[in-house]
Design a protein around this ligand. Structure first.
Ligand code: PGA
Length: 256
């Protein structure tokens, strides 16, 4: 059984103080939720404060970072190493987010280096893949996702792949209010599972968690989660407010 995961990506929003407030409010709102893994991914600047509050108050959630550099240490001004994240008790690191790929020019090779560095430091990558609007219109979705997956997972062992979470995030659906239909998202996630099977076999494919991301909101989460292949969500905008994020986490009780 794949445990559902709901992860909030706060992008470049919220100061450290604001992040702590949301985490505390969120923890109160979701305190009875047991069967969903909840992850918050604040900015680097807020990681320490959020990590401390999660630890001290024994909150029901894990900590994620939004990015990492692959080197252990060195003259890389402005970068943050996996060792530094591990030291802050970070559990998950998002790699390959479309904003990193498209705004900051990250290639499949760079994403692969980051992913391997996260694994080498005993943290778990959330690997984002997805096509742009143009690629979708040119019917290249499957090809693009295959290229990303194969490139990003190069040299990842059968043992390590079990720690990877994949997020299918169509670029045209991120922050736009447009969502892939739940059937469409399910179909593409099924294809991703088939690609994982071709690389690592059916047992891994059956166990690996694949999330959907792109304008997930309290209003559409239930429908998405009803789909067989969708194991959770990576949520941007709607995770910035504790009430709306909590509603997404509690998708099983949609009437609330
Ligand atoms: P969104 O962002 O929910 O605001 O569309 C999703 C993401 O970028 O992970």
């Amino acid at each position: 059984m794949r445990k559902p995961m709901i992860a909030g990506n706060w992008k470049m929003y919220k100061t450290a103080g604001q992040a702590v407030f949301i985490v505390q409010d969120l923890a109160e709102l979701i305190k009875d939720v047991k069967d969903v893994e909840v992850i918050v991914c604040p900015s680097y600047i807020a990681l320490k404060s959020v990590s401390t509050v999660i630890e001290m108050d024994k909150l029901n959630m894990g900590l994620g970072a939004q990015n990492v550099y692959w080197e252990e240490e060195g003259a890389f001004t402005g970068e943050v190493s996996p060792m530094m994240l591990k030291d802050l008790r970070v559990d998950y690191v998002i790699v390959g987010h479309s904003e990193r790929r498209h705004i900051f020019g990250e290639t499949n090779e760079m994403v692969n280096k980051k992913l391997k560095a996260v694994l080498a430091h005993d943290m778990k990558p959330i690997l984002c893949v997805g096509e742009t609007k143009e690629e979708r219109e040119e019917e290249r979705t499957d090809e693009v996702i295959k290229e990303q997956l194969f490139g990003n997972l190069a040299e990842v062992s059968l043992r390590d792949i079990r720690k990877v979470v994949i997020a299918y995030e169509p670029v045209w659906a991120i922050g736009t209010g447009l969502t892939a239909s739940s059937e469409d998202a399910n179909d593409i996630i099924q294809n991703i599972r088939a690609l994982i099977e071709s690389l690592y076999g059916s047992e891994v494919a059956e166990d690996i968690r694949i999330l959907y991301g792109g304008s997930v909101k309290p209003e559409n989460i239930t429908e998405l989660m009803e789909e067989q292949e969708i194991d959770g969500a990576l949520v941007g905008g709607a995770s910035l407010d504790a009430q709306s994020f909590a509603k997404i986490v509690k998708y099983q009780s949609a009437e609330e």
